[in-house]
Design a protein around this ligand. Structure first.
Ligand SMILES: Cc1cc2nc3c(=O)[nH]c(=O)nc-3n(C[C@H](O)[C@H](O)[C@H](O)COP(=O)(O)OP(=O)(O)OC[C@H]3O[C@@H](n4cnc5c(N)ncnc54)[C@H](O)[C@@H]3O)c2cc1C
Length: 337
């Protein structure tokens, strides 16, 4: 495996936990640029409008809540979540998926509840939201480090070196000049992946930005508003992490740069949507993640290169799906042996 971010670390742990007979080596880079897992907002919930993403998210959250190692290893905090769906989207199917896995957690609410309880402004009164009691945020950096330590405890070998080239075989050449050969090589290097493996355009990199603003949104925990593109969560007393979807594509890791105009648009949208005035960000985080189409963190064989796969493509949302996605990927790798 190459990459010791959230995806690679969880997959290495899953593999060794599922079978001690399989040898696992993780090549963990020593990059100056923080990875996505280091800066991720860590919002986790079960509900997603897309039913496939919803299954992964709800399975992940149910496992995190039910397993003390994951809960504590990932620093999970249950503060509840609100998801305002895009006009015309019926949330019922996904709500059933969440209810099956997290009974009693999701409730569909109408524009009146959104206004009275969360202060949401919706002049047409047509907004629909999904409120989840069992949701919140975790620390992807902490979960990544915990999982790598669990994998090492179970006998996975951790090699601290940058992969320089992915070769057929499959094999990897590392910065110390060594060539390492494997039966199967999984490239789980997030936004660095398109630079290491040609996946025929299936993977792209996009910038993600959020700010930590002096801002109070009474009654609001973790939230996503698909109408405005806003998302966020409380950060500390009097401070809120808020972001909004951007459009900077093909930004290499290390090239992400704060977009001040986007931070201004975020504040304007918060004012319009919640009627609350926030201040400019005390901290502006710009980083990037690997996008795939269809979106989702999963194992993808690389065409024409036997034994080579990627495990990335979380598309800005793998913190909430990685626990289930890594279990699925480990099962697929072991079944293919
Ligand atoms: C700003 C931001 C906010 C986010 N907020 C959320 C959120 O609230 N909720 C949510 O669900 N998701 C969120 N995400 C998405 C989620 O955090 C990412 O999808 C996830 O962390 C990606 O993990 P990864 O392991 O694929 O990639 P990364 O964490 O980027 O890890 C890739 C790893 O590969 C290593 N690597 C790269 N090149 C090499 C090489 N040549 N040799 C060896 N190692 C190498 C890197 O050092 C790195 O450790 C956010 C992402 C960002 C950027």
């Amino acid at each position: 495996m190459i990459g010791g971010g959230l995806a690679g670390s969880l997959l290495a742990w899953r593999l060794r936990e599922a079978s001690r007979r399989v040898r696992v080596e993780v090549v963990v880079g020593r990059r100056a640029t923080p990875d996505a897992s280091a800066v991720s907002g860590g919002l986790v919930r079960g509900f997603e409008p897309d039913p496939v993403a919803c299954r992964d998210a709800a399975d992940s959250l149910a496992e995190v809540r039910g397993d003390a190692r994951l809960r504590e290893g990932g620093g999970y905090r249950e503060i509840g979540s609100l998801y305002v769906v895009r006009a015309g989207v019926d949330p019922a199917g996904s709500v059933r998926v969440v209810e099956e896995r997290l009974p009693g957690s999701p409730v569909v609410v109408d524009a009146r509840v959104l206004r009275d309880r969360f202060g949401l402004r919706d002049p047409e009164g047509r907004a629909v939201g999904v409120v989840e009691r069992h949701a919140g945020h975790l620390s992807p950096a902490r979960l990544r480090d915990s999982a790598l330590a669990w994998a090492a405890d179970l006998g996975a070998e951790v090699v601290r070196a940058d992969a320089v080239e992915v070769r057929d075989g499959p094999a990897v050449r590392t910065c110390d000049g060594a060539e390492r050969r494997y039966d199967v090589l999984v490239v789980a290097t997030g936004a660095w992946t398109p630079g290491l493996v040609d996946h025929g355009g299936a993977l792209r990199v996009k910038q993600i930005q959020y700010g930590v603003h002096p801002l109070v949104l009474p009654g609001v925990g973790a939230f996503v508003d698909d109408d405005t593109g806003l998302y966020g969560r409380p950060w500390a007393a009097g401070a809120f992490l808020v972001g909004m979807g951007g459009d900077r594509w093909d930004v290499g890791p290390g090239e992400a740069a704060p977009d001040r105009a986007l931070a201004d648009r975020v504040l304007a949208a918060v004012r319009r949507r919640f009627g609350v005035v926030g201040g400019p960000p005390d901290r502006l985080v710009a980083s990037c993640d690997c996008w795939s189409s269809p979106a989702g963190l999963r194992l993808r064989p690389v065409a024409g290169r036997p034994g080579l796969c990627t495990f990335t493509g979380g598309s800005g949302g793998a913190a909430k799906t990685v626990v289930a996605a890594s279990r699925t990927a480990a099962g697929e790798l072991l079944a293919a042996r």
